[in-house]
Unconditional design. Sequence first.
Length: 486
Amino acid sequence: MKIDLLPLSQISDALASGAVSPEALLEASLARIRAVDGRLHAFLRLPTDEAGAAAKASAQRRSSRKPLGPLDGVPLALKDIFCMEGVETTCGSRILEGYVPPYDATVVRKLKQAGAVIVGKLNMDEFAMGSSTENSAFGPTMNPWDLSRTPGGSSGGSAAAVAARLVAGAFGTDTGGSIRQPAALVGCVGMKPTYGRVSRFGVIAFASSLDQVGPFAQDVRGVAYLLGAVAGHDNDDQTSSPRPVPDYAAGLDRGVRGLRIGVPREYFGEGLAPEVERAVRAGVEKLRSLGCEIRDISLPNSPHAIATYYIVATAEASSNLARYDGVRYGHRAKATQLLEMYEKTRAEGFGAEVKRRIMLGTYALSSGYYDAYYLRAQKVRALIRRDFDQAFATVDAVLSPTSPTTAFKLGEKLDDPLAMYLNDVYTVPANLAGLPGISVPCGFDSRKLPIGLQLIGRPFDEETLLRIARAAEPSDCPLPPVLEGR
């Protein structure tokens, strides 16, 4: 296999050995984007001048034997939710079309400091609201394993770009599963760290108590490199944690013998596709064979997670998206009066799903309904967190499917929002509890569509989670059909 098609960690090793140059990697990445992305639609824009300058600077450091770390010269891409100085950032929405940030998000700044080559900005569901990347104002992204199917969402562009080897790694955001679910549907590794582990400064907000930044890569070691580069406290984000950042890659091969894995009975019930269950249970047996102790556990309040999430998330979205009024930035509708301008701007700028969630959230926060909906949802959220606390008294990680099904057809669930929301039934609890979660590939169904296995860990115990994920991941990463011209 060509070097530029290898997993991120092996590309990093090739750069370190001099087997490939940063400029050659960037050239190969851009060539593949030109050849493939017309069918995939993972990218929204390519700031090639900035990427070329970064690759050239990396090559100079490499030649001087002064690399900045394992990401120096590695081609990466960003979900279009991260502000990047001088590069249009739309969050997949017409209401931000033309907005060019005057600053870098903290994650972007740290990646530049690590020497990464940022190739471009990736497609997403508008304001991160969706599970299929079909809610993008700029059209859907396709799954590289089957172009008639969704790559998941909302970080579908990030997942598809990594699975199709357009870039070695990417970053997305996860509010209710928006990293882990698309990672499962395209067959790559995606991680949501603990809430507060990575700064959200410069990340366009959806639901501030749930949003978290995380990486995608083809391998767990690549994810460890990416997380290590961006994790840590940030004075610009008061919710970021001051806890020290460990070397996530250092302990990956320590083995998992003696670790206790909890398998919640609530995650293996109605709605789970039989082929998905078989593949995930095979993953359980693999970990058992490596010395893990497998325990049956219960998370009794998990069945209420979806309802709880869609009250909390929409309420926060209603508040966060009130700032888009046509006055300060982005789209402004033509009008003769101020109120008319507000109304027309929001009507023209927001898509149907964003409008739906704003209305749901406004209703949940309105007088007479706040106690019945929002306050009660926060109480159930506390119960879900308590369930995990009790589970982690006896286990080191919780294992489940990532998604109840493999990738579904484009358009299949667009007219049924409830069916779409249920795609996140296994991922949402970790966001409500603020816990780290990771999805790793664990096989394919009969249609050769990828299946993902999810691991959830204790707060700020990403090290253990990555160790288990490293043991669970497959030994090879097959290429999707889109790279073969199909």
